[in-house]
Design a protein around this ligand. Structure first.
Ligand code: URA
Length: 312
């Protein structure tokens, strides 16, 4: 056996990971040399890996089991156009007089909204305060079309924090990140390396669902970024795991697509200290491209090793 050849323990844990992640079928009998394929499909694959990562429909179980939405959001289930119309009316009528809210308006100029967010986020002395401030922040229009603020789940004292892109329909309904099919896969991947929501903390770069699961715009990302940065600083994990290209580009300061940046460790400054950021593939992408789970498995093993190195 060569120095690089996996031993049988590696192979067994590789298999275990796939079984735990729900792989129960082989898609092809023969291997494909993807490097030998023309550039166009490869470009399409890269684009898909960087595409929005929220399923458009809630899972049936969650649709049934959903708790009522929180007080601070519009309640009625309305078609998107109607929601936008209502939002326009609300902006024209209600918001200027609304007390106990922060930010100028959803129509604020890009730089101004981000500036508001930075100032406000910096005042939060705890995660609870930060969540409260976000609940009152009005300079991001997404809050008006979302049912709920999706702030976090898991243990804020954990050494590892996972950050996704933005909530989808299930998360919007429940008010917690990663509740749908990609959340179930994330839970299985975490479990394969001894993690769950009691020893990991989970959040998103954008805490409100973009309507119709469209991509968050650069302006929305810029407006929400000071809040996730403050959330990370307050939770103070040792390791940050960015799920997918949007989170990685927002937090790691790279413009590389996720297929290039995954598996890489980046330095990340929380304001208090430098921690390590690991980029990996988004579970929603893995649901569409199950063969890529082998790459995620490498990343999760690297994560486990880094946690073990750091003790605890
Ligand atoms: N995709 C994300 O990026 N975040 C979630 O919370 C759910 C799906």
């Amino acid at each position: 056996m060569t120095a690089d050849a996996p031993d049988s323990r590696d192979l067994l844990s590789f298999l275990d990971f796939h079984v735990a992640a729900g792989v129960d079928a082989v898609l092809d009998e023969t291997p494909h040399d993807r490097f030998a394929e023309p550039e166009a499909p490869r470009r399409a694959a890269r684009a898909e890996a960087d595409a929005p990562m929220r399923p458009s429909e809630p899972t049936p179980e969650l649709a049934r089991a959903a708790p009522p939405p929180r007080q601070d959001a519009p309640r009625a289930e309305v078609p998107r156009q109607e929601a936008v119309r209502q939002e326009t009316v609300r902006q024209e009528t209600v918001r200027p007089e609304a007390p106990s809210t922060y930010g100028r308006s959803a129509a604020a100029a890009p730089g101004e909204a981000a500036g508001d967010a930075r100032e406000l986020a910096a005042t939060a002395a705890s995660l609870e305060e930060l969540e409260g401030l976000l609940g009152q922040f009005e300079s991001c229009a997404l809050r008006f079309t979302a049912k709920n603020l999706v702030f976090a789940d898991g243990n804020p004292q954990a050494r590892v924090m996972f950050v996704g892109e933005a909530p989808g329909a299930d998360e919007d309904r429940v008010g917690k990140p990663f509740m749908g099919r990609s959340g179930q896969l994330l839970d299985r991947m975490m479990a394969a390396v001894g993690l769950d929501r009691t020893n990991a903390y989970v959040g998103n770069v954008v805490p409100w669902r973009p309507p119709g699961n469209r991509n968050p715009t650069p302006q929305e990302l810029a407006t929400c970024k000071p809040f996730i940065e403050r959330q990370i600083a307050l939770a103070d994990p040792d390791i940050l795991v960015c799920l997918g290209g949007v989170a990685t580009q927002a937090l790691a300061g790279t413009k590389d697509g996720i297929l290039k940046s995954r598996g890489r460790w980046f330095p990340y400054r929380t304001g208090r200290r430098e921690i390590r950021l690991l980029a990996t593939l988004h579970p929603a992408y893995l649901l569409r491209q199950p063969l890529q789970k082998r790459l995620a498995w490498r990343d999760f093993r690297a994560l486990r090793a880094a946690l073990d190195e750091g003790g605890r």
